[in-house]
Design a protein around this ligand. Structure first.
Ligand code: ZN
Length: 243
């Protein structure tokens, strides 16, 4: 079985569609695993939810999904995220609100735990340091844990009393092995690792591997839509930089 692992799609339809096309062209997939922040920042929240729902999928809610449906206060968001969340709220139909409200904060599938932030704090915690990763290895019982939220792709394993972040190079499958791992597929819709292309991963259960991949998408097209929708300039300008 092959799973397409995506996180932080952020209502970027061009990026999400490119990821799906790229995955189809390179061996296909059986199911999508979605790690939260389906909406927020980008211009196409409804179309992204619809595209996801056309596929067999499982998924969790991220902080932006919760904010868009009133399950989280906007006070904790910066002004750009807050403005985008308020605009997103005006776009969602009752059906889309119900879908987002129904997303769990945590899922378990095929020896993977999936959360948006961290298994200790699925809504807010960023796993970006060895100390945070080390603390979080105690908070899941499957062998592997998938996270998003930081928009930074990585693979992390326990290392004695600490944790080590390994390289997650593009297009080279990583053997998952028997030990615990925390894996972030990066962001589909707003990458922040300095690479503007949409980031995703493929898990192949037969091979026991996970592979980091990137897909090019129409960044100017997405930017133009964001302008038309009146979304914050700062969010539009960052996309070509992958920051
Ligand atoms: Zn996000």
């Amino acid at each position: 079985m092959r799973s397409l692992i995506v996180s932080d799609i952020h209502a970027n339809l061009e990026a999400f569609q490119s990821v799906i096309n790229d995955a189809h062209d390179r061996g296909g997939f059986d199911q999508i695993w979605q790690l939260g922040d389906l909406v927020g920042y980008g211009p196409d929240p409804v179309a992204c939810i619809d595209l996801l729902r056309e596929h067999d999928h499982v998924g969790v809610a991220g902080n932006h999904d919760l904010a868009a449906v009133g399950r989280l206060s906007l006070e904790a968001f910066n002004m750009y995220a807050s403005a985008a969340a308020q605009w997103t709220t005006t776009q969602l139909t009752d059906d889309h609100v119900e879908y987002l409200r129904g997303l769990p904060l945590r899922m378990e599938t095929n020896d993977f735990t999936g959360v948006h932030g961290s298994p200790r704090d699925p809504v807010w915690e960023y796993v970006v340091s060895a100390a945070t990763a080390t603390a979080n290895f105690r908070h899941f019982t499957t062998r592997r844990c998938l996270v998003g939220h930081s928009h930074l792709p990585f693979v992390c394993r326990p290392d004695g009393d600490s944790a080590t972040f390994l390289d997650f190079p593009v297009d080279s499958p990583i053997q998952l092995g028997e030990g615990q791992l925390i894996i972030n597929p990066g962001s589909v819709g707003q990458p922040r690792d300095g690479v503007p292309t949409a980031s995703y991963s493929i898990y192949d259960s037969d091979e026991g591997t996970i592979t980091h991949r990137r897909a090019e998408y129409d960044i100017p097209g997405t930017q133009q839509k964001m302008k038309t929708r009146g979304l914050p300039r700062y969010l539009i300008d960052r996309l070509p930089h992958g920051r």
